[in-house]
Design a protein around this ligand. Structure first.
Ligand code: BGC
Length: 737
């Protein structure tokens, strides 16, 4: 985090306006003044000295805390905050969901009375999955910077996002909060997200570490992931966001991993995050997680976890009880509490929270300007999957009648449900957006007659799958299938627009002319979609996941089939406990190991409906002249792959060039190809550009179980460049590794 600059500016601003703002810092009896405004603290206290390091300041605070205070500082406060230490002048720190904007809700208002001031206006950006579909790293930075500004405006210091789990299971309820199926794409976008957010002085929280790829029985399911898959697929986005992005906060998953409760997973939290990667920041539990395993509280101390959210009541009761029974253990328990508290306070000192005003009201006036970022993200996310006879774009001057069909829910879809939902304001829904462009050429009524549908120039049918936290969704949409079959008979110019975060079966695909995957596009969804449909914006989104033909093709198929042979759904608290009672331990084995997404479909030779990285444009591109800067690659000496990309069509547009690496004659099991680079290139018609993408030795590596480390085998590799994982247009060999 560019802390010194931000802190310096904030300190200056705050000193100038302190006189007027004084009242604001006493919020509902809590003093939110930064340390430099406090003149009632011990003058020699090291922790108030901004020139001392975060570690030294934290240790000084620790030396001043009682046992009870330390215990208190291992738990959350008032549902979404970290407690203050009033006698030391340390303010409470406020958290907020989540990845697609600052969440506010009636529910939160009731729970968070103590702040008195709650966010009442924040932008609903497109979902994180939509952000990944843009494949635009700069945009990921901008998107998160805007969220960070809104956080600062409202006094939120820690954002409970981004979500970095994998799209492994197309029925997964929270896929919309993640960035797709590929660790390289997710890592690249996550680093930008974290840098953009933290540049504003807001801390990013990477979640849910690890294995939260489905919501079914989410608090009790034991997710079994083999080591190689952990290293090659599930860990890299978290490690990249920590090491390159520099975040100081991680949230564990609700599920268990390989037998350990997520929030007390010593091998991964202490072993990998703390020891191997030297992560010194906060590792917090997901909300109320430890109450699902009250009898295993002993696993928490020393596991690497530092903060129990939303409170630590179960844990604190356990500690007090144990000390009462065995007073001699108090000292050793206290040392372990010290470690936990150290990580929490260290992150907040390092982030500068105790040295700067807790909010920046001047940024409230910036909120409206974020509509532009939300719109651009939505426009670049929209993924055109089918466009027969160039049914799209529809020229507003040449069309007479467009019939719009779909339920109210489908026509107003913009966000998922659960903690990832952001309300937003000034919504432009799909119908409004289309009417703004096509006026009264848009026809939409309830119970439209077959004649009316048949007489339209084009029919736009909006479909939607509700998705969210605790809410996995079936792959198939039987009602929609019936309707599409009917509409396709009435009108041959049928375009289907899907909103949601999950793939689905399309038995009707050959009967439609057009198909758009619209994700959940946030409050500007209608304007973005109308701009794409009318051709004002040329679509450039690319699927960040594979859409299989039938869920039976997926490696995740059968994840929710229980011992009685039936399929069960959802992961709400109540249903979790019910399932546990019915079936005992629930194991969800990721048997496919490293083969998720395109790695699976490639390996098994299963043709998907739409491959990873796929998306059409209103123009065409040619990729040619691939070259490599050196035929061999060495450590610390990246090789540059360059190629030419040309817009060969008639309109301006952007293509995402994707670079995959394929091992020729592998001696160990390897994916057919793996994404290791990409670049989004915007070109005017007829123009071309030479694109260069560096590849490093580590991009050729696999995780060796034998050596417990990354390893690169010598031999030949193919570098493949294309416009999707199945549209490879250029190849070049690298030898002699
Ligand atoms: C969710 C988290 C969220 C937290 C706080 C939990 O139920 O799983 O993703 O950040 O609630 O709202």
């Amino acid at each position: 985090m560019k802390r010194s600059l931000i802190t310096g500016t904030l300190i200056l601003l705050a000193s100038l306006t302190f006189a007027q703002q004084k009242v604001q810092y006493q919020i509902c009896d809590h003093d939110f003044r930064p340390l430099y405004m406090r003149h009632d603290l011990p003058p020699d206290a090291i922790y108030t000295d901004t020139t001392a390091s975060a570690a030294v300041r934290t240790k000084d605070v620790l030396s001043r805390l009682s046992f009870d205070e330390k215990l208190r500082l291992t738990g959350g406060w008032n549902y979404k905050a970290f407690p203050g230490i009033p006698r030391l002048g340390l303010r409470p720190i406020r958290f907020s969901d989540a990845s697609q904007g600052i969440r506010y809700s009636e529910y939160a208002k009731k729970r968070m009375k103590y702040f008195c001031i709650l966010p009442t206006k924040s932008t609903a950006f497109p979902s994180e999955l939509a952000l990944a579909a843009t494949w635009n790293k700069k945009l990921a930075y901008e998107y998160a910077r805007s969220i960070g500004e809104e956080a600062r405006a409202w006094g939120v210091s820690v954002l409970l996002g981004p979500g970095l789990n994998m799209y492994r299971n197309s029925e997964g309820g929270r896929n919309y909060e993640y960035m797709g199926e590929d660790p390289f794409l997710t890592s690249s976008m996550a680093v930008q997200y974290v840098e953009g957010l933290q540049g504003t002085g807001t801390l990013a929280t990477l979640k849910h570490f690890i294995g939260n790829e489905q919501e079914f029985a989410r608090h009790v399911a034991d997710v079994k992931i083999v080591k190689r898959a952990l290293r090659e697929i599930y860990l890299p986005p978290f490690l990249a966001a920590i090491n390159k992005g520099g975040t100081l906060s991680v949230m564990t998953g609700n599920n268990l991993v390989n037998g350990y409760p997520g929030a007390a997973d010593k091998p991964l939290l202490k072993g990998v995050l703390r020891k191997e990667f030297g992560f010194d920041g906060i590792i917090m539990s997901d909300w109320a997680n430890s109450t699902f395993w009250p009898k295993k509280q002993d696993l928490i101390l020393g596991s690497g976890l530092s903060l129990l959210m939303y409170n630590n009541k179960t844990f604190a009761d356990y500690i007090r009880h144990e000390i009462k029974l065995h007073p001699a253990i108090k000292d050793s328990v206290e040392r372990k509490l010290d470690t936990m508290v150290f990580h929490n306070l260290y992150a907040f000192f390092k982030a500068g929270f105790y040295d700067s005003p807790y909010k920046d009201p001047a940024l409230l006036s910036q909120i409206e300007s974020h509509k532009k970022v939300a719109l651009k993200t939505a426009e670049e996310a929209i993924t055109l999957l089918k466009n027969d006879n160039n049914i799209l774009p529809i020229d507003p001057d040449k069309v007479n009648k467009i019939v719009v069909l779909g339920t109210d829910e489908a026509l107003t879809a913009y966000a998922g449900t659960g903690s990832g939902r952001v309300e937003g304001y000034d919504h432009v829904d799909y119908l409004t957006g289309l009417k703004n462009v096509y006026g009264n050429k848009i026809i939409h009524q309830k119970n439209m007659s077959d004649e009316e549908i048949g007489s339209a120039d084009v029919v736009l049918y909006f479909i939607y799958k509700k998705t969210g936290e605790g809410y996995d969704v079936p792959f198939d949409m039987p009602d929609v299938n019936k309707k599409i079959a009917h509409y396709a008979k009435l009108n041959k110019n049928l375009v289907v627009i899907y909103s949601g975060g999950n793939g689905f079966s399309m038995p009707w695909l050959s009967k439609t002319k057009g198909l758009i995957f619209a994700y959940l596009l946030g409050q500007e969804s209608g304007t973005a979609l109308a701009n794409v449909i009318s051709g004002k914006v040329n679509p450039s989104g690319k699927l960040p996941f594979t859409i299989e033909k039938t869920f039976k093709d997926s490696p995740a198929f059968g994840y929710n089939k229980m011992k009685d042979g039936k399929y069960y759904w959802e992961g709400h608290g109540g249903s979790d406990r019910k399932y546990k009672k019915m079936f005992g331990d629930i194991e969800l084995s990721y048997n496919e190991g490293i083969y998720i997404g395109y790695r699976w479909y490639d390996k098994k030779n299963i043709q998907p409906q739409f491959p990873f990285g796929f998306g059409l444009s209103y123009t065409t591109f040619k990729i040619s002249d691939i070259k490599v800067s050196s035929k061999s690659i060495e450590k610390n000496k990246p090789v540059t792959i360059s190629f030419k990309i040309k817009n060969t069509g008639k309109v301006a547009g952007a293509e995402v060039a994707q670079l995959y690496i394929h091992k020729i004659e592998p001696v160990i099991d390897r994916p057919v190809k793996e994404l290791k680079g990409f670049k989004k290139v915007f070109l005017q018609p007829g123009k071309s550009k030479t694109v260069s993408i560096p590849v490093h030795l580590k991009d050729f590596a696999f995780w060796s179980i034998k050596e417990n480390d990354w390893k690169v085998n010598s031999g030949e590799y193919l570098i493949e460049v294309g416009t999707s994982s199945q549209d490879i247009l250029q190849k070049i060999k690298i030898n002699n590794l």
